[in-house]
Design a protein around this ligand. Structure first.
Ligand code: PLP
Length: 443
C-alpha cells in the first residue's frame, strides 16, 4: 500500500483560516472570577508582556451572581468535605448519590411536577429529553420554534422524528401546522420561554391553548428564566401561572442558579422513560456532589428570597434606560437581556476589543451562527451585583467606542422605567432613574 497523500494538518488550519476570514474566529478572554467582588474579575491578556488588569464583566450568564453567593459556596464546600469531589461514576454503574436525589426533589417541587432528573448540563438535558421523548411516541411530529437553541435542535435531530419549524413566536403558523398534522398524530411542541439573544418572551398561554385544542404535548426550555422569574424562581411559566399546563419543563443550574448542570421536570412516567432510555444520561458520570449541593442551596434560597430578582430587573431596566438615553441602539424587549445592536461582525469584535483594552469592560461579541449575519451585537447582561456607577462607566465607554468606530447612534430617548421592564418594585426604580447625566455621556 502506498502512503496516504492526505495532509491532515492542512485541513485543520484551513478550517480555522476560513473562520478568520469570516470574522467568526472566537477568542475567549482569560478571566479570573472573584467570588467576593463579582462582577469584577482579573483579565490576563494572551500577550504575556501585558500585566493582568481588573475588568468589569457585563456578559455573564451567572445572571444573579449566585455562583459566588455565601450559602451556595458553603453548601458546595460542605458536600465536598463530606462526600469527596467526584460522584464515583455513572448512576447506572455506581448508584446515585444522595445530594443529587435531594436536588431532584427540590426541582420537582420548584416546578410542581411529580419528578425531576438532573443531567451534566442544560445542553445535555435538551439532547437527552427531546430525543428520547419524541422517539418513544409513535410517528411523532415535532413542532419547533424557528429560534430554538442548538441543544434543542440536536435533540430533535437525534430523535429521528419528523420536524416542522414554526416562525418565531407566530401562533397562526403554529396553529396551521398543528391543524395540518391532524388530531391522531403524536405532536410535541418545543419552545423557549425567554429567548436569550433577543430577550423576547414566548406567548406561552397561547401555545398552551393550542396544545390543548390539538392534543399536543408541550416542552419548554426555561434556561434563561429559572431563578429569575416567578415568585419562587420557577421561570416565566410560573410567573404566568402556567407551569401546570406544560408537560415538560427543562432548565439549567448554570445560569440563574450560578452552578452547573441541567434538568427536566415532568410527570413520573416521562422522567422515568428519559432516565431509562437516554444514552447521554446513562453513560456519563453524574455531577459532583459539591456542584449539586451548591445548586440546591441556590434553588432553595431563590424560592423564598425576592431580593436578587428585584435588583436584577431593576439593574436591567436602569442599564437599558441609560443606553437608550445616550442614543445607543438597544433592541427592545421586556426581559433582563440588553442586546446592543452593531450589525457587522468585524465592528462588533472591534467594539468588544476596544471596551476591554481601553475601558476595562468585558462584553463578548455575538456573531453568526449564534445570531444571523447583519444582526451582530453586544449582549449585555446586568446582574444584581452591578452598581449604578458601573452603569455610568459602561455608558461612557460605549459612547466612546461608538464614536471611535463611527457606529451609528439612534435618537436619544428618555423613557419611563415602566416601559422597559416589569420591575417588581416600580416606585423604587422610578426614584432612581435620574442617576446619570445622559446628555453628558452622549457629548
Ligand atoms: N438552552 C438554551 C436556550 C441555552 O441558551 C443554553 C445555553 O446557553 C442551553 C440550553 C444549555 O445550557 P447549559 O449551559 O446548562 O448547557
Amino acid at each position: 500500500m502506498g502512503h496516504s497523500s492526505i495532509n491532515y494538518q492542512a485541513h485543520f488550519e484551513a478550517s480555522i483560516a476560513q473562520l478568520k476570514t469570516e470574522n467568526r474566529y472566537r477568542i475567549f478572554a482569560n478571566l479570573e472570577r472573584d467570588a467576593e467582588r463579582f462582577p469584577k474579575a482579573l483579565w490576563r491578556p494572551d500577550d504575556k508582556a501585558l500585566s493582568p488588569r481588573e475588568v468589569t464583566i457585563w456578559c455573564s450568564n451567572d445572571y444573579l451572581g449566585m455562583g459566588g453567593h455565601s450559602k451556595v459556596r458553603a453548601a458546595a464546600q460542605e458536600a465536598i468535605e463530606r462526600h469527596g469531589v467526584g460522584a464515583g461514576g455513572t448512576r447506572n454503574i455506581s448508584g446515585t448519590h444522595h445530594p443529587i436525589v435531594q436536588l431532584e426533589e427540590e426541582l420537582a417541587d420548584l416546578h410542581h411536577k411529580e419528578s425531576a432528573l438532573v443531567f451534566t448540563s442544560g445542553w445535555i438535558s435538551n439532547l437527552a429529553a427531546l430525543s428520547t421523548i419524541a422517539n418513544i411516541l409513535p410517528n411523532c411530529l415535532i413542532l419547533s420554534d424557528a429560534l430554538n437553541h442548538n441543544s434543542m435542535i440536536e435533540g430533535i435531530r437525534r430523535s429521528g422524528c419528523d420536524k416542522q419549524l414554526w416562525r418565531h413566536n407566530d401562533m397562526q403558523h403554529l396553529e396551521e401546522l398543528l391543524a395540518a398534522a391532524g388530531s391522531d398524530r403524536a405532536k410535541l411542541i418545543v419552545f423557549e420561554s425567554l429567548y436569550s439573544m433577543d430577550g423576547d418572551i414566548a406567548p406561552i398561554a397561547e401555545i398552551v391553548a393550542l396544545a390543548k385544542k390539538y392534543n399536543a404535548l408541550t416542552y419548554v426550555d426555561e434556561v434563561h428564566a429559572v431563578g429569575m422569574y416567578g415568585p419562587r424562581g420557577g421561570g416565566v411559566c410560573e410567573r404566568e401561572g402556567l407551569m401546570d399546563s406544560i408537560d415538560i419543563i427543562e432548565g439549567t443550574l448554570a445560569k440563574g442558579f450560578g452552578c452547573m448542570g441541567g434538568y427536566i421536570a415532568a410527570n413520573h412516567a416521562i422522567v422515568d422513560a428519559v432516565r431509562s432510555y437516554a444514552p447521554s444520561f446513562i453513560f456519563t458520570t453524574a455531577l459532583s456532589p459539591g456542584i449539586v449541593a451548591g445548586a440546591r442551596a441556590a434553588v432553595q434560597h431563590l424560592k423564598s428570597s425576592q431580593e436578587e430578582r428585584k435588583r436584577h430587573q431593576h439593574m436591567a431596566a436602569m442599564t437599558k434606560h441609560a443606553l437608550i438615553a445616550a442614543g445607543l441602539p438597544v433592541m427592545h424587549n421586556l426581559s433582563h437581556i440588553v442586546p446592543l445592536m452593531v450589525g457587522n461582525a468585524e465592528l462588533c469584535k472591534a467594539a468588544s476589543d476596544l471596551l476591554l483594552s481601553r475601558h476595562d469592560i468585558y462584553v463578548q461579541p455575538i456573531n453568526y451562527p449564534t445570531v444571523d449575519v447583519g444582526t451582530e451585537r453586544l449582549r449585555i447582561t446586568p446582574t444584581p451585583a452591578h452598581k449604578e456607577e458601573h452603569v455610568a462607566e459602561l455608558v461612557e465607554a460605549l459612547v466612546d467606542v461608538w464614536k471611535t468606530l463611527g457606529l451609528e447612534f439612534v435618537e436619544s430617548k428618555v423613557l419611563s422605567f415602566r416601559s422597559l421592564n416589569p420591575v417588581p418594585d416600580q416606585s423604587e426604580a422610578d426614584a432612581q432613574c435620574g442617576y446619570v447625566d445622559m446628555k453628558k455621556a452622549a457629548e
